[in-house]
Design a binder for this molecule. Structure first.
Ligand SMILES: Cc1ncc(C[n+]2csc(CCOP(=O)(O)OP(=O)(O)O)c2C)c(N)n1
Ligand SMILES: [Mg+2]
Length: 327
């Protein structure tokens, strides 16, 4: 599946927008403006952009926790003002400022995090099953890290989705790390996608730093699922430039990565690679590229203003308990 010029511009624009969104989250965390903590996505924005830019509004999305889903949601075309308000602890947040990153956007078919890695695999079967039963051309994009494929639910989910031929994409964002454990220590094979073979599911490996390459394989997997041809597995080989999260003390100090490794990784920064490509292929001029950066920063300013000008979340005991369900 090769991309046309319009699709490449859309991907490039989303790549620039999301990388600025991620930088904004990092900056605000450092400024003490966010509640909880943040899992920075620098170096790892291309997978989410490639996976979600061409999803339809009605498609189910389970974003990866890196970037707390902002990469995936912005790419799917969702207004993330209430996402930032939530992370800023404001009443206008999507969960009234009470949750930080454990939230959902049901109207936009986004079902996000619980505190458990791999929580999304069981609901993925249900969403896929529902889509198939209703005969809708709706797909489920399940974005997860390499670490989560050590969870039993991942395997049960792959087995059932394949048996029932559900419209699911197992989209693995493999950065080779789970907090400070390397993939090598945690998985018997180098490629997480090799697990799909055991379930007879087609799988593809793609350079996760190249947004255009990711989008091509993601679109093929989406198309396949939409046509009722069942699930598939996409593995993006990507990177994590920063520590696992910020807001928790000194995770970087535990990492076993040298300065040279960090410098090498940064040579493959996805916005840099995409910029080289769109200039080389004459898809965009430098002036147009500068305009995309400016427009992204302006958009983010508006989102920040909304969060900053909203009322802080200070619920009374009664209001707090109103959202607690006891069986
Ligand atoms: C069931 C469970 N085990 C462990 C954790 C702690 N934990 C949080 S993030 C994480 C690493 C996840 O790695 P991966 O899925 O590869 O995503 P990455 O953070 O590398 O992007 C772990 C082990 C958890 N939240 N839930
Ligand atoms: Mg990982």
């Amino acid at each position: 599946m090769s991309l046309n010029k319009k699709q490449m511009i859309k991907l490039f624009t989303n790549l620039v927008r999301t990388s600025h969104y991620d930088k904004m989250m990092y900056r605000r965390m450092m400024q003490g403006k966010l509640i909880g903590f943040y899992h920075p996505a620098e170096g790892a924005v291309a997978p989410g952009v490639g996976a979600c830019t061409f999803l339809k509004k009605d498609d189910n999305l389970n974003p990866h926790h890196r970037g707390h889903g902002i990469i995936h949601m912005v790419s799917k075309g969702i207004d993330v003002s209430t996402f930032l308000a939530e992370h800023t602890g404001k009443e206008t947040g999507c969960c009234k400022g009470r949750s930080a990153f454990h939230f959902h956007y049901p109207d936009d078919k986004v079902y996000q995090q619980s505190g458990f890695i791999g929580h999304n695999f069981a609901p993925t079967v249900g969403w896929g099953y529902a889509a198939k039963r209703r005969g809708k051309s709706q797909v489920v994009m399940n974005c997860s890290g390499d670490g989560s494929y050590g969870e039993g639910r991942a395997h049960e989910s792959m087995l059932m989705c394949q048996n029932w031929q559900l419209p699911v994409i197992f989209f693995c964002e493999n950065n080779g790390m789970a907090i400070f454990s390397s993939s090598e220590e945690m998985h018997p094979t180098e490629d997480i996608s090799s697990l799909a073979q055991g379930y007879g599911m087609p799988a593809v490996i793609v350079d996760g730093q190249d947004v255009f390459a990711v989008a091509e394989v993601a679109m093929a997997a989406i198309d396949r699922a939409r046509k009722g041809k069942g699930p598939s597995f996409v593995e993006c080989k990507t990177m994590r430039f920063n520590e696992h999260d910020i807001g928790t003390p000194d995770l970087k100090g535990w990492e076993d990565r040298s300065e040279e490794e960090h410098a090498d990784m940064r040579k493959r920064e996805p916005v840099r690679l995409a910029t080289e490509r769109v200039l080389a292929d004459a898809i965009l001029t430098q002036t147009k590229i500068d305009g995309i950066h400016e427009a992204s920063l302006k958009e983010i300013e508006g989102v920040e203003e909304f969060a900053d000008n909203s009322e802080i979340c200070l619920p009374s005991e009664e209001e707090l308990l109103a959202d607690v369900f006891v069986d």
